[in-house]
Design a binder for this molecule. Structure first.
Ligand code: NAD
Ligand code: UDP
Length: 362
């Protein structure tokens, strides 16, 4: 059985589906601070089987000890954590407590239970403002520009030190680039509880009329069109990377690091154009000053994951946008009255947008 912490969240839920598809049994441990039990039903529908679920907090050793006592856990995929950069600046202690403290408590509980195989959801943010592109795993980790980034780097270092101290540990640090998209069925994706910080969820909410306008942060970067460039990777491809990494780690020893990205960067304007072309919905946008802490560009050299894991992102940007839009339309149909707040809102009615996305109401 595989434990997935944060398994009801955006990435974790797709990882759980991957594990179920490969015949694994799964227990999810999540405090539901940024997700809900609805994910469990969606996972069961798409996966054809249920994952077990335990409500709990990775900072709570007693809960973790009970979890390891109750389930025959062979390995852990640790996705639980807080991820909003701006919030981490306002509430750094909560971020260090959750992302570093939670990782330490989890490692302690694993060691006590004799479980030593661990995959950690890390981030390209640990590279800081890297001077050369693409970024491979030999690039030095830099100085993150916010407490969220520091918390990821600190948690990585905890795991690196631990594995150096005890050869029974086999740890995979997966440095995600920019996961976007949703399950290709459109039935499982990201459902931000607050105002989205990231480009794609914000753009989707503009497209569905929940927000007026996309603010593009900076059009004076030294990039082809002046806007920031990122390596967007489909969340289903990302989830497959976890399965491959798990195979590589089982029975191994030490720490291994893999970038999970496509190797191709797209600018903000390229993403917006691709969305309008693929999904048929125009996006109102304004140009704003650069966002503090943003780097101009960031894309992966995913060669190590290809060579060592046989993993390669297969889905295109258009696939990512189409799947994300299908999910957004489903969310809109299920939960939200669509309110067009100003004249800058999209002029295409949501029903037409849904049709354009291939979405069919059920
Ligand atoms: P998410 O917020 O959708 O999922 C995280 C899950 O962890 C949520 O279900 C939340 O309820 C749970 N959680 C948070 N704190 C917890 C705690 N103390 N105890 C138990 N459960 C807790 O986020 P996501 O996008 O799925 O990200 C998953 C992981 O990947 C995070 O660690 C994040 O930092 C990392 N990551 C995400 C991105 C991204 O862009 N999505 C990029 C790089 C790294
Ligand atoms: N971005 C933007 N408007 C938004 C959110 C993001 O212009 O509302 C830009 C951001 O400046 C960056 C890119 O989109 O150039 C990706 O940002 P995101 O927050 O999604 O990822 P990260 O910066 O963490 O890689």
């Amino acid at each position: 059985m595989i434990l997935v912490t944060g398994g009801t969240g955006y990435v974790g839920a797709q990882v759980v589906l991957q594990l179920l598809a490969h015949g694994q049994t799964v227990v999810i441990f999540d405090n539901l601070c940024n997700s809900s039990r609805a994910s469990l039903e969606r996972i069961a529908r798409l996966g054809g089987r249920r994952a077990r679920f335990v409500l709990g907090d990775v900072r709570n050793r007693a809960q973790l000890d009970a979890l390891f006592a109750d389930f025959p856990i062979a390995a852990v995929i640790h996705c639980a954590g807080l991820k909003a950069v701006g919030e981490s600046v306002r509430e750094p202690l909560r971020y260090y407590d959750s992302n570093v403290g939670g990782s330490i408590a989890l490692c302690q509980a694993m060691a006590a239970a004799g479980v030593f195989t661990l995959i950690f959801s890390s981030s390209a943010t640990v590279y800081g403002d890297c001077a050369t592109m693409p970024i491979d795993e030999t690039c030095a980790t830099g100085l993150p520009t916010n407490p969220y980034g520091f918390s990821k780097l600190m948690a990585e270092n905890v795991m690196i030190s631990l594995a150096a101290s005890d050869a029974r540990w086999s740890v995979g640090l997966l440095r995600y680039f920019n996961p976007i998209g949703a399950h290709e069925s459109g039935e499982l994706g990201e459902a931000p509880a607050q105002v989205p910080n990231n480009l794609l969820p914000y753009l989707l909410q503009v497209a569905s009329g929940r927000r007026d306008v996309l603010q593009v942060f900076g059009n004076d970067y030294a990039t082809p069109d002046g806007t920031g460039v990122r390596d967007y990777v489909h969340v289903m491809d990302l989830a497959e990377g976890h399965w491959r990494a798990l195979q590589a780690l089982l029975g191994g020893s030490g720490v291994r690091v893999w970038n999970l990205g496509t190797g191709r960067g797209y600018s903000v304007l390229e993403v917006v154009d691709a969305f309008t072309r693929t999904c048929g919905v125009p996006i109102a946008l304004t140009f704003e000053p650069r966002r503090t802490g943003d780097v101009a560009q960031c894309w992966a050299d995913p060669g190590k994951a290809r060579r060592e894991l046989g993993w390669q992102a297969r889905r295109s940007l258009d696939d990512m946008l189409r799947d994300a839009w299908r999910w957004e339309c489903r969310l809109a149909a299920e939960h939200r009255p669509i309110v067009y707040t100003t004249e800058t809102s999209p002029t295409i009615p949501v029903a037409a947008a849904q049709a354009a996305s291939g979405y069919a109401a059920v």
